[in-house]
Ligand binder design. Sequence first.
Ligand code: ADP
Ligand code: MG
Length: 395
Amino acid sequence: MRGLDDLDVKGRRVLVRADLNVPLDGETITDDGRIRASLPTIRELAGRGAKVVVCAHLGRPKGEANPAYSLRPVAARLGELLGQEVAFATDVVGDSAQATVRGLQEGQVALLENLRYEPGEESKDDAARRAFAEKLAGLADLYVGDGFGAVHRKHASVYDVPALLPHAAGGLVVAEVDVLRRLTDDTERPYVVVLGGAKVSDKLGVIANLLTKVDRLLIGGGMAYTFLKAQGHEVGGSLLQEDQLDQVRGFLGEAAKRGVDLVLPVDVLAATHFAQDAPHDVVAATAIPADREGLDIGPETRELFAGKLADAKTVFWNGPMGVFEFDAFAGGTRAVAEALIGADAFTVVGGGDSAAAVRKLGLPEDGFSHISTGGGASLEYLEGKTLPGLAALED
Ligand code: ADP
Ligand code: MG
């Protein structure tokens, strides 16, 4: 993969595919971690005299302009963090984009409107995607792929544009790939993976592959209930994916066969309903009342998990242990995060919500070896899949 050093950027228009998909509450950015992660590459290019044209997506506007998904607030925040004005184009490849790019001087930065306003960006039809990619490529002389959180998408801005322009990987993508390599090749042991979050189905592929690599697999969060149910326990109103039960039973068998220590919660915080202030009790994971739902791992589980992490040499964590957005159910996620911080290990946090949880809980980001900006992308890499956005940067 070529890096930024391999491009001669002075005076050239450089299209940077960044990942600026931040959580928004109205027009307020609630976590700007991904914008911060995009800064080094943009700064370097601007500092070397490029005309920097940043493109990115936000949410799922599904191929139509929709002000609820405008990148305008992101342009403002990006400008504040860079300490220089960021020109904002109100369309992706239309008159505004063209005029904005024409107006750039060396060292200046522009942001195009949300790529996903254009149906070509995500189209499954190669020709439609390619047609949009040609328009996007027409705005620039060079391409830099730095949107790690999107490299698992076969989208025009990720996959097709690099085939049309001289290209290189940005510093963020290079750093992320280096970390993921350490999680897949010659990993230092004990290698412990902690998985949580809402849906088992999102993470089935990675579980299957990790079972062949890890020493311990700790499962918390909403996905734990499908595992508990697969073991024959009732889970009340907790998150449950009935259609995944067979697969999960297979994982339990596979783990036993391979000698992987697959650890499930032994107690949970069982709430009367899904709310910040819902009354709740600690109950055994094997005795969740029918009218309750588990919204966090319990205190015994926190200790159990911390013990399994204490002597780890490599840890990958993806997915909160509970509904951390509610303070009352954030304790399990905090406990796991603190155990990672305390471990004398190479520790990696993956997943947008997990990274947001670390920051929301006020934990030091430098307490971890690496906080990945890409959830789906890192999971697919660990699954052993070829990521279209990385493959496109290879040649
Ligand atoms: P990431 O973005 O880090 O990959 P996910 O998107 O898979 O994580 O999952 C995050 C979501 O999982 C959070 O919004 C959190 O509230 C939810 N979650 C975690 N535990 C539970 C639970 N027990 N019940 C319902 N939702 C849960
Ligand atoms: Mg998520």
